[in-house]
Ligand binder design. Structure first.
Ligand SMILES: Cc1cc2nc3c(=O)[nH]c(=O)nc-3n(C[C@H](O)[C@H](O)[C@H](O)COP(=O)(O)OP(=O)(O)OC[C@H]3O[C@@H](n4cnc5c(N)ncnc54)[C@H](O)[C@@H]3O)c2cc1C
Length: 446
């Protein structure tokens, strides 16, 4: 142990501070800034991100938004508002592909993540969000039951931020954990979801590859794995088209990692993830028509982490709530996505809600216990392992972000704390800004 004391300069005093710019954090920042600009032009919203771009998993790992639509035979659009603005901004920059009912997860919205980086920053800047990239949240200052300071680190050293309301959009609930909010860590109770290094292949004969039936694709993957010449831990990984000609994207590798919040475990996972990716690339070239001349062009910027800490909030969403499509008075978003559990082993577990149904995301799942001026949004929200495995899709993370950001702004405008905010007024605001809070009837489906 080494203890030192140092004076840390105050670098910002925002009204709303957001840690992490994933689908949840970026949407929260845009929502808060839009809401506050209407009420108070001087109000400040600061979004801090450790990487040099916005988007988190949406730009660093993936290329398909799921959760906008219910899966199954009745496809209803259940997320709207700022998430639609994100897709519209993307469409201005590039082609966006709607892939119908892929994998039973509902219609997927596939994009080029490099353009999404630009779309996120344009929307954030247009809304008036103050952006601080290359900045890591490392600690909090607690006074009683409030966070009065956030300590960040960067090339210029430590800095102290003094926010009024905080939204933890770090995916790993870093702020909540530092503030000693109780949480469950993936693996504590149920086996944790596995991790995946995604990769893309260029120079694919896409027409040939798409003609090859999925059942045959899976049979060949099994054959290659059984031959002992390829190390393919997941035998049903997917590969899909992208907006770029000749480029296919994969979700194939599978890693069990003891604790993805520790740099040691993440280091070995990154290395192992890339090793596995090369095995899958070799399999595709050797076994699947259309890939003969393919070459790997990118690994995900970092390994994809599905779940780590899940905060204990005023309510915890459960498996029964999801599968029973439960309604809540304090609904702030909807989810029709199945429980999609990427557990260890060769397959993935899928459990569906009734066809066309949705579960409500309650406001209380965004309000962490113990601390007064704090929200959580995105994959670290308050849910059990199974409920999280449904509600973690990016459209739902954006819906949670829109709710948390709007709520944080209302707290500033009305001088409320998250726990005593009038949820009816929040719901009115959300509806006015396009959010969907009631399951649409079948005839409204798209
Ligand atoms: C392999 C994989 C495949 C998936 N497939 C799909 C799919 O196809 N479609 C879909 O909709 N969903 C999919 N999901 C789920 C979905 O992508 C995630 O649940 C969602 O993107 C999480 O968003 P988030 O905003 O909560 O967190 P994240 O996207 O993880 O964002 C957190 C952000 O916080 C930043 N951050 C973290 N800690 C700090 C810190 N201390 N200081 C500063 N910044 C910090 C990170 O850099 C990041 O930008 C998948 C997930 C994985 C891992």
């Amino acid at each position: 142990m080494y203890t030192y004391s140092k004076t840390i300069p105050v670098i910002a005093e925002p009204d709303v501070f957001i840690a992490g710019s994933g689908s949840a954090g970026s949407t929260a920042a845009i929502a808060a800034a839009r809401e506050l600009q209407g009420g108070n032009p001087q109000a400040k919203v600061l979004l801090v991100e450790r990487y040099g771009f916005l988007g988190g998993t949406s730009t660093a790992v993936l290329d398909t938004f799921y959760g906008f639509y219910t899966p199954g035979t009745i496809s209803k659009k259940v997320v709207s508002g700022i998430p639609d603005d994100v897709v519209a901004e993307l469409r201005k920059l590039d082609r966006v592909i709607e892939r119908p009912n892929t994998f039973g997860a509902g219609t997927g919205v596939t994009y080029n993540p490099e353009y999404l980086k630009v779309a996120w920053e344009r929307l954030a800047q247009r809304a008036g969000v103050d952006l601080l990239l290359h900045t890591f949240v490392t600690d909090v200052v607690l006074e009683g039951d409030r966070i009065t300071g956030i300590i960040v680190d960067g090339k210029s050293g430590l800095g102290l931020i003094r926010p009024k309301v905080i939204i933890d959009g770090s995916g790993d609930a870093d702020v909540c954990a530092l503030a000693q909010v109780p949480f469950e860590k993936a693996g504590d109770i149920d086996p944790a979801q596995t991790l995946t290094t995604t990769f893309k292949l260029a120079n694919v004969n896409v027409a040939e590859a798409r003609k090859f039936p999925r059942a045959d694709f899976l049979a060949r993957m099994g054959e290659a794995a059984d031959s002992g010449k390829y190390d393919l831990p997941r035998r049903e990984g997917s590969v899909h088209i992208t907006p770029i000609e000749g480029v296919m994207a994969t979700i194939m590798t599978r890693l069990e990692v003891a604790d993805p919040t520790t740099p040691r475990d993440l280091t070995s996972a990154e290395i192992e993830g890339r090793r596995q990716a090369l095995e899958y690339e070799r399999f595709l070239r050797d076994y699947i028509p259309g890939y003969e001349a393919a070459r790997l062009v990118t690994f995900s910027t970092q390994i994809g982490v599905r779940e780590t800490r899940r905060v204990y909030g005023e309510y915890r969403l459960t498996r029964e709530d999801v599968l029973g499509a439960r309604k809540f008075d304090d609904v702030v978003g909807l989810c029709g996505a199945p429980i999609e559990d990427h557990h260890a082993g060769a397959s993935t577990k899928w459990l569906y809600l009734p066809d066309g149904a949705t579960v409500d995301i309650p406001y209380r799942t965004l309000v962490p216990q113990k601390i007064e001026n704090l929200y959580v949004a995105g994959r670290c929200f308050s849910a059990t392992h199974d409920a999280h495995a449904s509600v973690r899709s990016m459209a739902q993370c954006m819906a949670m972000g829109q709710a948390a950001g709007t709520a944080a702004a209302l707290c500033i405008i009305r001088n409320n704390q998250p726990r005593d905010l009038n949820v009816r007024q929040l719901q009115d605001k959300l509806r006015k800004t396009g959010a969907i809070l009631e399951t649409p009837e079948a005839h409204e489906s798209q």
